[in-house]
Design a binder for this molecule. Structure first.
Ligand code: FAD
Length: 193
């Protein structure tokens, strides 16, 4: 028996980054294991069409195993890599004063916990605090452990005030969403568990 001396590469996440890395490494003399906490790749740019009921969720999600079924060097595993706690840095960030009054701040509300009706309930709470509501939709995944508020560059103070108003502990810059995808909103509320 000949020992397999190829390097082993583990890729965490079958998003665009993970898929491109795995596809690129197919040409290299390595064994790739791609792990994801869900068993599908989600084509996030089409999420808005699902929110608008123009597409079904299954139209924008493809099983990772199906994507790589012909590739002998790429193994797909369904598992969660424990993530580091994200909240610490955000908690110690300096408070910034909000410039806009609440009524001029538009908030995108995304359901990140999968509980039916959670985003709609939160949206009415946010609007009850005097904010405008932009889109109410699903977040890219439903396993956010805690709620967080993300902000468009320049609106950190507004995001911190929104987080205070709602009792949300984590405030961070945009992650995975570009300003152009916010439909004019200054802040995004993602509901966690
Ligand atoms: C509504 C919306 C519209 C967008 N439109 C566009 C667009 O038009 N053009 C554009 O260029 N970009 C767009 N984006 C942004 C784009 O989708 C993201 O930049 C891109 O998906 C990021 O890819 P990624 O691989 O870094 O992360 P993701 O695609 O988020 O993939 C991360 C993967 O890692 C997995 N994962 C996470 N944590 C763990 C863990 N601990 N253990 C195991 N697995 C884990 C997740 O399940 C997920 O499958 C949009 C995003 C959204 C939300």
């Amino acid at each position: 028996m000949v020992a397999d001396t190829r390097h082993r590469v583990v890729i965490v996440g079958g998003g665009f980054g993970g898929l491109f890395a795995a596809r690129f490494l197919k040409r290299a003399p390595v064994e790739v294991t791609l792990i994801d906490r869900v068993n599908y790749h989600l084509f996030q740019p089409l999420l808005y069409h699902v929110a608008a009921a123009e597409l079904a969720p299954t139209d924008i999600a493809r099983p990772l195993r199906a994507i790589f079924h012909t590739d002998e060097t790429v193994a797909v595993k369904h598992a969660t890599k424990p993530a580091p706690a994200p909240a610490k840095a955000a908690k110690t960030e300096k408070a910034v004063a909000a410039q806009l009054p609440r009524r001029k701040v538009t908030v995108l509300v995304l359901n990140g916990n999968g509980r039916r009706g959670a985003a709609a309930t939160a949206a009415s709470r946010v609007s009850g605090k005097g904010y405008r509501i932009g889109l109410v939709a699903n977040a890219p995944s439903h396993d956010y452990a805690a709620s967080l508020v993300m902000y468009r560059p320049g609106f950190k103070g507004e995001a911190q005030r929104l987080a205070r108003d709602l009792g949300v502990k984590v405030v961070s810059p945009l992650d995975g969403v570009r300003p152009g995808q916010l439909h004019g909103a200054q802040a995004v509320l993602i509901l966690g568990g």
